[in-house]
Ligand binder design. Structure first.
Ligand SMILES: [Zn+2]
Ligand SMILES: [Zn+2]
Length: 170
């Protein structure tokens, strides 16, 4: 058994279209490599900082992600033997290549799953005004008066009328 603590530059595509760990940024690995009968079991924790944009207001979002990874890498002889014996699952199982375990796919899978599907700068982000695009968080009372002259004529009529809201709805 061996323990590995290492900081590595993130490979490309560590995330989704909206949020992810930028290529070259630090990924901190804390891994344990265990020799088991079939091969080497790699397990541990990977940490990085994902950056993206709030889907509502487009402000930058940055959040730390910590994911667990666990993957068994078979010895090449074992994998080959399993394949030859007709074990169909063996084909998809990761294999040690020149005594190296490529954990990148496992890290990517865990990381992408852990990232928010729709990142938000804060849970109650009010987003942008649908009319002018202003940030509603800066101006919660923000609203637009109807400026179209045809509508303003109608508005005057409504304001002048003594009809209450209740009767208007029915
Ligand atoms: Zn936001
Ligand atoms: Zn507006």
């Amino acid at each position: 058994m061996e323990e590995v603590a290492r900081v590595v530059p993130a490979p490309a595509d560590m995330g989704t279209a909206v949020i992810g760990v930028p290529e070259g940024d630090d990924l901190t690995l804390g891994l344990r490599l265990e020799s088991v009968m079939e091969g080497v079991l790699v397990s541990g924790v990977v940490r990085g900082t994902a950056v993206g944009e709030c889907v509502r207001c487009l402000d930058p979002v940055s959040q730390q992600v910590t994911v667990r990874v666990q993957e068994l890498f078979a010895y090449p002889e074992r994998a080959q033997a399993a394949e030859e014996s007709g074990d169909e699952d063996a084909e998809d199982e990761p294999v040690l290549v020149d005594d190296q375990a490529d954990i990148e796919p496992a890290v990517r899978d865990s990381l992408v799953t852990a990232l928010p599907f729709q990142p938000l700068c804060r849970p109650d982000c009010p987003g942008l005004c649908s009319v002018c695009g202003a940030r509603l968080a800066d101006d919660p009372d923000h609203h637009h008066d109807l400026v179209d002259p045809r509508w303003s004529a109608l508005q005057t009529m409504l304001e002048d009328s003594s009809v209450s809201d209740e009767t208007k709805e029915s």
